[in-house]
Write a protein of this length. Sequence first.
Length: 66
Amino acid sequence: MKGLLGQPKTLAPWLFYDAEGSLLFEQITALPEYYLSRTERRVLTDCAPEIVSLALGRHPSQTVSY
């Protein structure tokens, strides 16, 4: 509900899918042709320390360790 109370108002994407639609979407994203989610996940995983450092205003060479 937080999204509906905020400005601007937002809705989580999962609210647009019923159970059948969610299952279909999961099946689609598992197809070899649907590489977008896997690519985004890989970029975020590979670049997470640099992204965090930049978000904290640090030089990328000062990466944050987890």
